[in-house]
Design a protein around this ligand. Structure first.
Ligand code: MLY
Length: 255
């Protein structure tokens, strides 16, 4: 941040508590969780891993290829018994390995003798900021949605109504995404250090050392730069890279 003279997005921009919540869960504990592939349905999930205040969850009866990560203060997580209390049914996960008719028996067996996460593990979801106060160029820490166990240094590449475009520092556009300003996947700079979550190093693309190595190793005959005094192109400059509009438009759903 010093080298690039950049500004961190103020913590007030984020739907994250100023002190990251403590993680009191243990591996193997069972909870109720919204099925990320079927948002109206709640299933039983097992904690299969954790990193700081984030849980790696697997829906019982599902495979091990659809694990997902949630913060311990996510509104998607509930203690076992929550569904019954609100008069709802626990549903088999999307992709339930067995015949749907065997769900009631499966449910009984999966909960029998299981370690049930106590109520105190579940933390209150923090309030949402009222408006999108992000500005292009602000720095933050963001979940890489293609590798959701990772949190990486990122920059706001564009802002549009309630959406912001997350770009990953030192990586080409393949991992970039639009999200709402109140997404739980974005964090203020310093959040990983405070919460005990690992922070990925930035990628190598576009750093001066990387460019230098390329020039030395590959000795390009022609550098692809505009000629001095040449008229500037009509491309839009967002952050860091010149491009046309970002890959996916806001509001078109996440990746
Ligand atoms: N093995 C993957 C990891 C990419 C992670 C990119 N994130 C950090 C933005 C790859 O190299 O494609």
């Amino acid at each position: 941040m010093k080298e690039t003279g950049s500004q961190a997005a103020p913590p007030s921009c984020f739907k994250q508590s100023s002190l990251p919540p403590t993680n009191e869960f243990k591996n193997g504990m069972k909870i109720e969780a919204c099925d990320p592939r079927n948002l109206t349905s709640i299933s039983i999930a097992t904690v299969v891993g954790m990193q700081g205040p984030r849980l790696r969850l697997r829906l019982d009866g599902s495979d091990n290829k659809n694990d997902f990560w949630r913060l311990v203060d996510s509104s998607d997580l509930h203690p076992v018994g929550y569904c019954e209390r609100i008069g709802e049914l626990l549903h088999p996960p999307l992709g339930f390995r067995m015949n749907a008719s065997s769900w009631p028996i499966f449910l009984q067996k999966t909960l029998n003798g299981a370690e049930i996460a106590p109520e105190k593990c579940f933390k209150m979801e923090p309030p949402s900021p009222h408006s999108n106060d992000f500005k292009v160029g602000m720095k933050l820490e963001a979940v890489d949605r293609k590798n959701p166990q990772l949190i990486c240094p990122a920059t706001v590449g564009a802002v549009s109504n309630d959406q912001i475009y997350i770009t990953f520092d030192g990586w080409r556009g393949a991992f970039d995404y639009w999200c709402r300003f109140d997404s739980r996947d974005i964090f203020p700079v310093g959040w990983c250090a405070k919460s005990g979550h690992p922070l990925q190093p930035p990628g190598q693309k576009g750093t001066s050392q990387y460019k230098l190595n390329k020039v030395i190793k590959h000795r390009p005959m022609v550098l692809n730069l505009p000629a001095p005094g040449a008229p500037s192109s009509s491309q839009v400059t967002t952050h860091g890279q010149t491009s046309t509009t970002p890959a996916t438009s806001p509001g078109g759903g996440g990746q």
